[in-house]
Structure formats: C-alpha cells, structure tokens
Design a binder for this molecule. Structure first.
Ligand SMILES: Nc1ncnc2c1ncn2[C@@H]1O[C@H](COP(=O)(O)OP(=O)(O)O)[C@@H](O)[C@H]1O
Ligand SMILES: [Mg+2]
Length: 137
C-alpha cells in the first residue's frame, strides 16, 4: 500500500512561473523522500517537461505533488491533469522526436525514462492525466 507522507501540494499551471513553482515543489518533496541528488534532478526534469506540456498543449491545468511511502521506500509522486484536447495517438506522442508543436518531441518519452512509474490517461476532447513516481533507492 502506498500512503502519502504529509500533505499533498496542489499547484495550478497557467504560466511559466507556475512551471518553476512545480519544479520547486518536486525538488522539496524529493529531498523529503531522501532521493539522491541525481534522482532528485531526474524527477524534477521529468516534472518540468510534463508541467510545460500541461501548459502548452493542455491549455493549463494543475500538478499535485506528494511524498509517498510504500512501506519499504519513500518516493515522489506527481499527478498532472488538464482539461485540454487530449492525445489522440498516445504511442505516437510517446515516440522520441514526435512533436505536434515544433518542440523537440523528447518531453513525454524522456519523462517516462526518468521515473519508475509512468501512467498516462487521456481522452480526446476531455483532457489528460499523467502520474509519475520516482522511488528512493
Ligand atoms: N497534456 C497534453 N495534452 C495534449 N497533447 C499533449 C499533452 N502532452 C503532450 N502532448 C502531445 O504529445 C506530443 C509530444 O510531447 P513532448 O514529447 O513533450 O514533445 P514537445 O513538447 O516537444 O512537443 C506533443 O507535441 C503533443 O502533441
Ligand atoms: Mg513537451
């Protein structure tokens, strides 16, 4: 069973500054979970990419950041959600280099590689939710 340690932090994502705030919340949660400096940076990088996608493609949304505990380890969990257009072809969107917007197309695929758990739920016309977890070693 995974439980949340302390209170989850909710952050709206409607501006560039909000993306920076998400990064800071994730860094703090990663320190609390005692992730190594390298793993802190990995989860902050993944969260940064997903927060930017929430802003740019999702039309804004939110991130919920928490420190979690599964009994053996602590970790950081971040859930991004938006009420945007959704992703019609998830496999394509997760392909290295695919972008619909003139980016590098490495955000989603890169984020998935940087964490242990990556769960994507999306529905065209409804929105997208992506949950990531990175565990302390
Ligand atoms: N929250 C989202 N809502 C809708 N589409 C998204 C969302 N996140 C990602 N996408 C789609 O997935 C594609 C790949 O995302 P990503 O790998 O981050 O590349 P980039 O941001 O460089 O375009 C985006 O170009 C976009 O089409
Ligand atoms: Mg991106």
């Amino acid at each position: 069973m995974t439980t949340v340690v302390g209170a989850a932090q909710l952050q709206a994502i409607v501006s560039d500054e909000d993306v920076v705030r998400v990064r800071q919340l994730v860094r703090t949660a990663a320190v609390t979970a005692k992730l190594s400096l390298v793993d802190q940076t990995k989860v902050v990088t993944a969260a940064s990419e997903l927060a930017r996608n929430t802003l740019v493609y999702g039309g804004g949304g939110q991130a919920e950041v928490s420190t979690v505990d599964n009994g053996a380890r602590r970790g950081v969990r971040v859930v991004f959600s938006d009420d945007g257009p959704g992703i019609a072809d998830v496999e394509l969107a997760l392909t290295d280099g695919y972008t619909s917007g003139g980016g590098l197309g490495l955000g989603l695929s890169g984020a998935r590689r940087l964490v242990e758990e990556f769960e994507l739920n999306t529905e065209v016309g409804t929105g997208t939710t992506i949950a990531i977890t990175k565990w302390a070693r």
